[in-house]
Design a protein around this ligand. Structure first.
Ligand code: PMP
Length: 299
């Protein structure tokens, strides 16, 4: 039997069944907090620093003090991976507002709760990675950036959860969420790219999308491979007529989309540009990142 995972909880390592936080935590009561999802590939924590920077920026945006320096917390993330002895894993780093009285006021909460969970994850079957995903655009629109900015990776994911449920109800693997004025923004937990005439397009994040770390990795790879890239708004019509569509995210990694709202994308199979980007991505992730294991550990 697999031993229970270790969870980092406010400076201590606890077994999963003993890692508890109060029901008075404002993360639980109000979704008040921020989080990150990070991958470990072959013992290397991928783009750790970028994830940490995004976490601290999200926290600053919601006036949340993280009770560790970025470097300290980064070290705790690496140590939690090492303690769990998982070389291919997903890390969930959560900072919630902490315990407080009932009532919204965050200034009543004394100190943030910091949790690091490391576990395995698989969002889609191998078949879907090979054959591509069916997606639909959903009725729920993306939060408008001047309300809760989607660039803040907050614990308030209801918008995304509703979108995902609507996609599932429609029999699709993922939701494509539009902005309130009808532009394509992102998936429920992934960014979106399309390819048209060998040019890659991705929506600018100001439309209402998270500044995805996988998105940036694909932008960098596209640059290295010589594919021109444009960050500009596009619509469902553009998606229907794209040659290729793909989604990127830490959980989903990079996956081709072969159908949007019942329309085949291109030839209805993963296209050549997507395949090229995916194969470069796979090469990169296994060699890049912060090693969580001493060099003598054979992976
Ligand atoms: N958009 C949303 C809403 C997400 O939750 C995620 C997952 N973090 C992404 C995009 C992809 O971002 P990343 O590549 O940094 O995981």
């Amino acid at each position: 039997m697999e031993s229970e995972r270790w969870v980092f909880l406010n400076g201590e390592y606890k077994r999963k069944s003993e890692a508890m936080i109060s029901v008075f935590d404002h993360g639980f009561l109000y979704g008040d907090g921020v989080f990150e999802g990070i991958r470990v590939y072959s013992g290397n924590v991928f783009r750790l620093h970028e994830h940490m920077v995004r976490l601290y920026e999200s926290a600053k945006s919601i006036l949340l003090d993280i009770p560790y320096s970025l470097d300290e917390l980064e070290a705790h993330v690496v140590e939690t991976v090492r303690k769990n002895q998982l070389v291919d894993a997903y890390i969930r780093l959560v900072v919630s507002r902490g315990d407080g009285p009932l009532g919204l006021d965050p200034s009543e909460c004394e100190i943030a709760n910091v949790v690091i969970i490391v576990d395995k994850i698989r969002l889609y079957s191998q078949e879907l990675y090979d054959k591509g995903l069916t997606v639909v655009t959903v009725p729920t629109r993306r939060n408008i950036p001047d309300a809760l900015n989607p660039r803040v990776k907050s614990l308030n994911y209801l918008n995304n959860i509703l979108a995902k449920s609507e996609a599932k109800q429609a029999g699709a693997g993922e939701a494509i969420i539009l902005s309130s004025d009808g532009y394509v923004t992102e998936g429920s937990s992934d960014n979106i790219f399309m390819v048209k005439d060998n040019v890659l397009y991705t929506p600018p994040c100001y439309l209402g999308a998270l500044k995805g770390i996988t998105r940036q990795t694909i932008i960098d790879i596209a640059g290295e491979l010589g594919y021109p890239l444009k960050e500009e708004p596009f619509t469902r019509h553009d998606l229907f007529n794209a040659d290729e569509v793909l989604l990127t995210g830490t959980g989903a990694e990079v996956i081709s989309v072969v159908q949007v709202d019942g329309r085949s994308v291109g030839k209805g199979v993963p296209g050549p540009v997507s395949k090229d980007l995916i194969s470069q991505f796979r090469k990169l992730v296994t060699v890049d990142g912060v090693s969580a294991f001493p060099s003598e550990v054979k992976l």
